[in-house]
Design a protein around this ligand. Structure first.
Ligand code: SF4
Length: 338
C-alpha cells in the first residue's frame, strides 16, 4: 500500500531487497491533499504538483495501481465504527477499509501478501500496538498483512513463518521519531521523499473538518458528493445565516476554479472593481444575495469604495446588477467564518 510518504516507500524497498516482486496500490478517497489545492491556487504554482504515490512507485521501479474508492469510502467517513481522531479523521476504520480493499485486490490478482509502511506507535489512532491487530483482523487480511518496518516487534506473519520473507532482515521501528526511517532512507540512497510522513489527508485538518461538519449540519444529513468535498478545499467559506453560505475565491486560481461551478450555484462578481468570484450555497432571497454581494465587495479591490457594483447570476436564470456598500470588517461577525 503506497501512500506517497517515506514509510511505505521504505517498507516496499525492504521487501524488494529480498528479491520479491512488489506492486503498489493507492486509494483515491477525494480527501487527498496532494495535487488539488496546489494545482488550483496560483500562489502555490511553484510548489510541487507531483502525485507522490506515482513518484514513489517510479523511484522504486514498481507498477502502481490507483483505485478510486470515493463512493465506498463515504460510509467510512460518515459512520466510522471506531469513531474519529482529533478531527473528522476516521483513521482506524479508514486503515481497516484500505487493507480490506488491498487484500481483496491481492487475492483477485494473484498476490501472496500485503505490505504497509505502518510503524508501531507512529500515529495516535491507527498505528498503536493495540490497534494494529484490529486492522489486520477487521480487514480480513489477518497474518497476510506484513509491516516490514516494525515486524520484529510484532507477532510473525504467515510470510515470515513460511520463510517467504526473512524476518531477520525486517525492522523493529517503534514510536513517533523519524530518525530510523531517515537513516534507512540514507542507506538506500533515497534523498527525495514527501515531508513530513506523507499520505496526509484533509480529514486530519481542523479547519477542513469544521467546514465538513458545517455542511452536514446545514443540510440536515451527513451525506456528501465529490464536488462538495472539493469545494471545501477552495476559497473562504462564510455562513451569514444557517440557510446559506458564500464561497469566495481568495485569488485568481480559486476564482477560475469556482467559475466552473457557475451553472450549479448562484454566483457573483464585481464588474466595477477587480475582486473575487463567489458562489452562494443554499437558499438565498434578495436580502441574502445583497449580503453576499457586500461580502464580495469587501474582499475585492473596492473594499474602501463608497459603492461597488456586483453582478448576481441566479441558478434560476435571474441576472441583476446591484450597487452595494462593502461590508466593513466590524460588520462581519467572526462566527461567519467557517
Ligand atoms: S489520515 Fe486520512 S487517509 Fe490516513 S488513515 Fe487517517 S483518515 Fe485515513
Amino acid at each position: 500500500m503506497i501512500s506517497g510518504g517515506l514509510d511505505s516507500m521504505l517498507a516496499t524497498r525492504v521487501i524488494q531487497e529480498q528479491g520479491i516482486h512488489v506492486e503498489g496500490i493507492n486509494f483515491f478517497t477525494g480527501f487527498c491533499v496532494e495535487g488539488h489545492t496546489h494545482a488550483i491556487r496560483r500562489q502555490d504554482q511553484k510548489k510541487q504538483k507531483r502525485n507522490n504515490a506515482l513518484w514513489v512507485a517510479e523511484q522504486l521501479g514498481i507498477k502502481l495501481h490507483i483505485i478510486d474508492v470515493i463512493e465506498e469510502y463515504k460510509d467510512i467517513v460518515i459512520n466510522p465504527k471506531h469513531g474519529y481522531g482529533s478531527n473528522l479523521n476516521p483513521c482506524l476504520d479508514c486503515k481497516g477499509f484500505m487493507v480490506k480493499k488491498a487484500h481483496e485486490w491481492a487475492v483477485e490478482n494473484g498476490f501472496d501478501f500485503i505490505i504497509t509502511g505502518e510503524v508501531v506507535g507512529q500515529r495516535p489512532m491507527s498505528q498503536r500496538r493495540d490497534t494494529m491487530p484490529v486492522i489486520a483482523r477487521e480487514s480480513g487480511a489477518n497474518d497476510l498483512l506484513v509491516r516490514p518496518l516494525s515486524a520484529k516487534i510484532l507477532p510473525p506473519t504467515l510470510p515470515e513463518r513460511e520463510g517467504w520473507i526473512d524476518r531477520e532482515a525486517l525492522f523493529d521501528f517503534n514510536g513517533r521519531g523519524r530518525r530510523p526511517q531517515i537513516a534507512l532512507a540514507e542507506r538506500y540512497g533515497l534523498h527525495d521523499y514527501a515531508q513530513p510522513a506523507g499520505g496526509c489527508c484533509f480529514l486530519t485538518d481542523a479547519q477542513y473538518s469544521a467546514k465538513l461538519a458545517d455542511l452536514w449540519q446545514a443540510r440536515g444529513n451527513r451525506e456528501y458528493e465529490f464536488d462538495d468535498i472539493m469545494l471545501l478545499k477552495v476559497g473562504r467559506h462564510l455562513r451569514p445565516d444557517p440557510g446559506f453560505k458564500v464561497i469566495i475565491g481568495r485569488e485568481e486560481g480559486e476564482n477560475h476554479y469556482l467559475e466552473g461551478y457557475r451553472k450549479r450555484f448562484t454566483h457573483l462578481f464585481s464588474p466595477s472593481h477587480p475582486g473575487p468570484f463567489a458562489l452562494i450555497d443554499g437558499i438565498a432571497g434578495p436580502e441574502e444575495e445583497e449580503t453576499a454581494a457586500r461580502l464580495v465587495a469587501r474582499f475585492g479591490k473596492g473594499r474602501d469604495a463608497d459603492r461597488v457594483a456586483v453582478e448576481i447570476h441566479s441558478v434560476d436564470g435571474r441576472d441583476r446588477t446591484i450597487e452595494v456598500v462593502p461590508l466593513s470588517d466590524a460588520e462581519i461577525p467572526q462566527d461567519w467564518y467557517l
